[in-house]
Design a protein around this ligand. Structure first.
Ligand SMILES: Nc1ncnc2c1ncn2[C@@H]1O[C@H](COP(=O)(O)OP(=O)(O)OP(=O)(O)O)[C@@H](O)[C@H]1O
Length: 538
């Protein structure tokens, strides 16, 4: 990292299709001692896609939650098509009346219900005078919306059978169902965080088409590539202030990173160069594998066969439903595998429970942090030390001081943005929660680390830090098996990438020897039976 510099950018005229649909002026919000937003201004042009970018904890979600009326803002105004609202008075009802429509990462769809039923749950079932449900009217309305939004599905199809990008489009169509002429503002919070590349592209082109027809869209994301592809304008947040704003076509990644960090950017590139120590370790592998999986049936796979070497990072690439997560969870003993032979550090290993896996030196960062990994009602200290709690026992007492000192060191090392070791994890931004979970496992120095979407929701600067921690871990000889829907991440970080398709491992990609486009082709090639796979899969 270089020296801290003040980065100044001129406010540029923002491209869009019309006048400002929303103009936020001087909005601030404080949580206890944390100034989450310190008087921000954001102008969103009608009929444009406006991306909100910023590091983890910079205030993006807080802004959205203030607009949604989840939190009352402390100060500021929001002008909607010229009508001025006091930001402190926005309630969910006021937000709905202001035509704000939100689609969060959790799409709030019921997989086991039909698309039509999912629509009806949000807006009510149409009924006759005698209160019986008018199913045909509902299905007709939903069929028109599906066609309008380019979703190739029928109202009677189960939501669980849709591809991830189709599900997101269904949630969007549902949010905008009652709109008449582009008067709504669609606000999307990291809609592509868990989507693979092809699905992301599909969703982005659908959004672009909607914006071209006049829809105003606000998009929170950490993925600069999609911003480059579809956004008209960008506002960048840093520590609760607006660090810069402008036309998307005038801003490049280096500039945005400077705005996000306030520090002169290093040249673009995802991962830091491996250290000499790492290179030398990798040049002399021990020859023995840390993990060998033979003929393990998992999800759509009748027999998984793979190996992870000492000091090696192996990637798992595949479409949704390809069984990536199930393989990791089976190795960790979190879901039962119906057979197969595993060898861990030269000895037979039968995965039976996460506790057993941890005792054998395996760590796991699951994909769904809020459900499976973070104890959100506990403190940062409790969350980070839970994996090494035994080391703080001293004569029947926990040595809290030592625990706090170690947690503070982790906070510093992993740049976790928090008020301190005793902050609740629920008060951390999504990306910072992910960093706490990564830090938890890193300090345990596992021999084998299983990672499922390790940088989901993590900002571009923190990603680099996570990759550097992984390099450190493997430089000490550990192995990493990592599933990610981000192909760039896999190519930058992994030594080898296994491609999963149609229920088997169909190929191996070596980033140092092959071109990235080959990996995309291997992953994306036509999967004819995709819908039924998704139901069995991930
Ligand atoms: N309910 C809350 N209670 C206390 N502090 C909070 C609360 N919600 C957010 N914060 C704090 O406000 C700041 C901004 O958080 P916010 O969630 O808006 O960031 P973000 O930019 O959306 O981050 P990310 O990219 O990680 O999702 C952070 O310091 C966060 O810890």
């Amino acid at each position: 990292m270089g020296e801290t510099v003040t980065v100044q950018y001129e406010s540029m005229a923002i491209r869009g299709h019309g006048p400002a649909a929303i103009s936020v002026q001087g909005l601030s919000k404080q949580f206890g001692g944390t100034q989450a937003l310190g008087g921000v201004d954001v102008d969103v042009a009608a009929g444009s896609i406006h991306a909100l970018l910023g590091g983890n904890g910079s205030g993006k979600s807080t802004l959205i939650k203030c607009l949604a009326g989840v939190y009352p803002a402390d100060t500021g105004t929001v002008s909607v098509h010229g009508r001025i609202l006091q930001a402190s008075e926005i309630s969910p009802k006021v937000a709905a009346a202001a035509n704000f429509r939100f689609v969060h990462q959790d799409l709030a769809l019921f997989d086991s219900m039909s698309i039509a039923e999912n629509f009806a749950f949000a807006s009510g079932f149409p009924t006759t005078k005698l209160s019986s449900i008018r199913w045909q009217a509902l299905r007709d309305k939903v069929a028109t919306l599906l066609e309008d939004y380019g979703i190739a599905a029928r109202p009677t199809d189960e939501v669980g059978a849709l591809r991830p990008s189709e599900k997101t489009m269904v949630a969007i169509a549902r949010a905008l169902a009652d709109q008449r002429g582009g008067e709504y503002t669609l606000i999307l919070d990291e809609p592509t965080a868990s989507l693979p590349e092809d699905e992301t592209r599909e969703l982005m082109s659908s959004l672009r088409r909607r914006a071209d027809q006049g829809q105003t869209i606000v998009l929170v994301t950490h993925k600069f590539r999609e911003v480059e592809e579809v956004a008209d304008a960008i506002t960048v947040f840093r520590d609760g202030i607006v660090a810069g704003a402008g036309n998307a076509r005038d801003m490049h990644l280096g500039q945005v990173i400077e705005m996000m960090s306030g520090v002169q950017a290093e040249p673009p590139g995802m991962a830091p160069e491996p250290s000499a120590a790492v290179e030398s370790f990798r040049a002399q592998p021990s020859g023995e594998h840390i993990l060998e999986v033979r003929d393990m049936p998992v999800g759509p796979h009748s027999a998984v066969n793979l190996r992870v070497g000492w000091g090696e990072i192996v990637g798992l690439a595949g479409l949704a439903g390809s069984g990536r997560s199930r393989i990791l969870r089976s190795i960790f003993g979190d879901v039962a595998a119906a057979g197969g032979n595993l060898v861990l550090k030269g000895k037979p290993y039968v995965p039976s429970s996460p506790r057993g896996a941890m005792a054998r030196g395996i760590g796991m960062v699951p994909e769904n942090r809020s459900r499976d990994a973070a104890f959100v009602d506990m403190t940062v200290r409790e969350n980070s030390s839970i994996s090494v709690l035994g080391s703080y026992w001293k004569k029947c007492f926990i040595n809290k001081k030592a625990e706090q000192t170690a947690t503070q060191a982790l906070i510093d090392e992993h740049s976790i943005r928090t008020n301190g070791t005793e902050s609740l994890v629920s008060a951390l931004s999504g990306g910072n929660q992910q960093k706490v979970i990564m830090a938890r496992w890193m300090q345990r120095s596992p021999d084998l680390l299983l990672l499922d979407e390790p940088t989901q929701g993590v900002d571009v600067m923190s990603r680099r830090e996570i990759y550097a921690s992984l390099e450190q871990l493997v430089s000490r000889g550990a192995g990493v098996l990592m599933a990610s829907s981000d192909l760039d991440e896999l190519v930058d970080v992994c030594d080898r990438i296994l491609v999963l398709r149609n229920g088997s491992i169909t190929g191996e990609f070596v980033p140092s020897l092959m071109d990235r486009s080959q990996l995309a082709a291997m992953v994306m090639s036509e999967d004819t039976d995709h819908r039924s796979k998704i139901k069995e899969g991930k």
